[in-house]
Design a protein around this ligand. Structure first.
Ligand code: NAD
Length: 360
């Protein structure tokens, strides 16, 4: 089958890491009998240079017409680049926000996987890590505190500010479904995280999540308060499979989860909407400090491409193969500079891509 992928290489290390992800995808295609067609889409600084804006309407339309979008990273050196001497809505990162909004992506998926071979990079004690952990944070992306009414004014002579945490049952049900569908492809456990002992929005969250769970009798649902979850992630991370939570809690917990995996160069992510069309990108930025030097770790982007195979194309076997290839290359001792340790073999971005492709 043929899949149309809109590819946004972007800025900085973007083109280098995307090149390696495409190499791996093409190898998967050749081995499993699929073809991937790529349409290059300009976004970020490169788009500003070419068109004057970070994302044109045509570029957004190309992304909308594709089966999935694979993104490297956008942005430059904020202190130095001329891309930042303009209004915020014309800066590189504004393209990303416009893309997420235009594609109606409401679910952010961030896996927290500790690879056995990189245990040394994890700040947690070995007895806590055990055999390693592998969980996913599913964060609601378009509702809650970040999108509710807000104001700052003087009330009774005091400067006062207010933000509103608002969710309706439809918004909760659709993100819950995303979490249950993902859990079905994994160990079939959803832990829904809220603050139901205090917040009305959390009580509704808990109720609606339970209702959705009835459609997924094969998946186990548990609830956890967010303060406890923050502790459990560092105390016993192996207990989690899929963590489902609202926007702000997810913002904080997904960063906490990514810290315990050790390296930013390994962290994949996906943003999903109601259809199969998703946006897949590494969690890191465009790393202008190492751009063009063949030093970037392409693994986060390659693992994001694996998520694309799994969640947009339903190619689970192929995604498993890519993830296994990454593990195998790490096991053989190959490392990019960000994850290098004594006794291992240092390789550049392109060689890391070659090695992973060769394992497939
Ligand atoms: P960054 O993630 O780009 O870099 C932080 C540090 O991690 C740097 O030292 C960098 O060299 C290193 N690093 C990041 N990815 C790496 C990789 N794959 N391999 C090896 N080392 C890696 O964050 P930053 O420096 O704060 O931001 C740089 C630019 O990226 C800014 O313009 C920022 O706005 C943008 N940004 C874009 C995205 C995105 O496109 N989604 C996300 C975050 C930041």
């Amino acid at each position: 089958m043929n899949y149309n992928i809109a590819v946004i290489s972007g800025d900085g290390i973007g083109p280098e890491i995307i090149r390696e992800a495409r190499k791996v995808l093409d190898t998967v295609g050749a081995k499993f009998g699929h073809s991937f067609s790529y349409t290059e889409v300009l976004m970020g600084g490169v788009s500003i240079d070419a068109t004057g804006v970070p994302l044109t309407d045509e570029a957004l339309q190309t992304a909308k017409n594709s089966d999935a979008v694979l993104l490297g990273a956008v942005g430059g050196d904020v202190g130095k680049s001329s891309w930042y001497n303009v209004a915020p809505h014309l800066r590189p990162e504004a393209g990303l926000l416009a893309l997420r909004k235009g594609l109606e992506l409401f679910a952010n998926i961030r896996p927290a996987v500790l690879f056995d071979e990189l245990k040394g990079a994890c700040p947690l004690r070995e007895d806590i890590i055990g055999e390693g952990f592998d969980f996913i944070v599913v964060r609601e992306l378009t509702g809650g505190l970040y999108f509710g009414d807000r104001w700052t004014k003087e009330v009774d002579g005091l400067r006062t500010a207010s933000d509103t945490l608002i969710y309706n049952e439809k918004e909760i049900a659709r993100i819950a479904k995303t979490a249950f569908e993902i859990a079905r492809k994994r160990r079939k456990k959803v832990c829904s995280v809220d603050k139901a002992n205090v917040l009305d929005s959390s009580r509704l969250w808990r109720q609606v999540t339970k209702e959705v769970a009835e459609e997924y009798p094969d998946v186990e649902l548990t609830d956890m308060l967010v303060d406890n979850c923050a502790m459990q992630i560092v105390k016993n991370p192996t207990q989690f499979d899929v963590i489902l939570t609202e926007n702000m809690f997810g913002d904080i917990l997904s960063d906490e989860a990514s810290m315990i995996t050790g390296s930013i160069g390994m962290l994949a992510s996906a943003s999903l909407g109601e259809t199969k069309l998703g946006l897949y990108e590494p969690s890191h930025g465009s790393a202008p400090d190492i751009a063009g030097q063949n030093k970037a770790n392409p693994i986060a982007t390659i693992l994001s491409a694996a998520m694309m195979l799994r969640y947009s194309f339903n190619l689970d076997k192929e995604a498993d193969k890519v993830e296994a290839a990454v593990r195998e290359v790490l096991k053989k001792g190959y490392r990019t500079v960000d994850i290098m340790s004594p006794g291992k073999t240092l390789v550049g971005c392109d060689r890391m891509g070659d090695l992973i492709a060769a394992e497939i």
